[in-house]
Design a protein around this ligand. Sequence first.
Ligand code: ADP
Ligand code: MG
Length: 377
Amino acid sequence: MLVGLIGIGIGLIISVAVFAVWEFIEYLFNRFSIKEYQFASGGFLTSLIIILIILIYKYMLWNNCLVRIKGENMNDLYKRLIESVVENDNKSAKKLVKCILESETAQCNKYFVQRMQNKLNTPTMNLLEIPTNLQGMFALEDVSISFNEKRFAVTEEENNIVKQIMDIYNTNEQLKEYGIQYLNSLLLHGASGCGKTMLGRYIAYKVGLPFGYLNFTKLISSYLGTTGKNISEVFKYVQEHKCVLMLDEIDAIGLSRGTKNDVGELNRVCINLMQEFDTFDSGNILIGATNRVNDLDEALTRRFSRKFEVKYPTFEIRKMIAKNYLDTIPNAIYTENSLSQFANKTDKESCAAITNRLVNGIVKCLVDKKDIDLNNI
Ligand SMILES: Nc1ncnc2c1ncn2[C@@H]1O[C@H](COP(=O)(O)OP(=O)(O)O)[C@@H](O)[C@H]1O
Ligand SMILES: [Mg+2]
């Protein structure tokens, strides 16, 4: 009913408008000479065409058509993203989204970009599919998306060790050609919270492989009795799916045999583990981590081609952790002076404690609606 009335109304308005225009044209015909009329109609038509062009241009912009016609904006990244989505390649789609977000500079999208980046950087968001029988004890993370290099403070020594691992990794083909069985491995030791797991993830990120994570304490407590079998399953999977395999808290099974902690079952598991090491593909990278390196079985420790102690962060590294972290927070304020003060304040603290301090400080500043200033943290 209402729509009908509106239709009649619009019809009436259009009729009156047409009539008025008609009358106006007739008046113009009578008023001006033919020549003057030609000039006027020429002007009128030109402005009409200009208005039409502007309207079409606006309409196309609105529909994003122009973007496509001009071939801009829909650059290679967008095209590749569309391809990945169409081909169901979730992993590369996420990588492309990360690149697109990083290249976004428009101020109005700032908060959206940050929210999405934070989500992408959450490790649990980037766990890769693994077979059901391994779920719960082994995790595979796509660190190319989740590892936030900007927040990672790396020492010269750490960079060196990463380089050595990468060099071996890159000569793997030759090693195979010459029939050399070499375990590209690293035993990380040091106090809890100093960055052993982070360094493992960083290596995977640098090498460009997923990060496979196996925590022995959890494995043993939840699967006691089948630990040996489970470890074999994980190694079998890793042989077929390249990754950096991290065996965290390896002391949970690798304690010296014959000590008071000696448990028959764990001894057998430790022997199984060493056998797995001996046949481990040199194209993979193996990282062990422990807080108790001195208690580890000598035979197990010996099998790692390198050992590296992840130490408590130095003054410079403590400054770098704070600086790197704050650089990723919009409008955060720090000075050389406040960085040094922060580093002094956090003497003998682990990386984990320092990061916690930063996070809590930032949260408090946000809640109290204060500037995120390192002096307030
Ligand atoms: N080099 C580093 N730069 C910045 N933050 C770090 C670094 N190493 C560790 N952290 C912080 O400390 C936390 C704990 O590190 P983690 O690797 O789990 O320690 P560990 O495995 O030695 O117990 C990390 O989640 C991270 O926030
Ligand atoms: Mg750890």
